[in-house]
Design a protein. Structure first.
Length: 113
């Protein structure tokens, strides 16, 4: 039965699938356990309030902004990203701690987990 369920999951028949590195995705392509837009906005607002009204990377202190990602366009180096602590792949999810970081520090966090 477990194999049948796993096969259905990979085919998308159960409503989510297994993505690379063990992160599950919903049928719509969102990661299972990802922060909601409201949770991300709250984390960014809290970060800005703690830094005199300007969002800053928690790790390096670089000024970051809310910039929407665009398919086919390189990620801006000053884009505010919200990291899960612990990461989703390590069991974190909507109830993990949101941490505002720049793209470079976000990559570093994932390299050293």
């Amino acid at each position: 039965m477990h194999r049948d369920f796993t096969a259905k999951v990979r085919q998308g028949a159960v409503g989510f699938s297994v993505a690379a590195k063990g992160v599950e995705k919903t049928a719509s392509g969102k990661r299972v356990g990802d922060f909601t837009k409201g949770q991300k906005a709250a984390a960014k607002a809290e970060n800005a309030a703690a830094n005199g009204g300007q969002m800053k990377c928690t790790d390096c202190g670089k000024a970051v902004e809310s910039i929407k990602s665009e398919k086919g366009v390189p990620t801006p180096s000053n884009q505010a990203q919200v990291h899960h602590d612990p990461a989703i792949k390590d069991g974190g999810g909507q109830h993990s701690t949101p941490v505002v970081v720049c793209p470079d520090c976000h990559k570093e966090r994932h390299l050293h987990e």
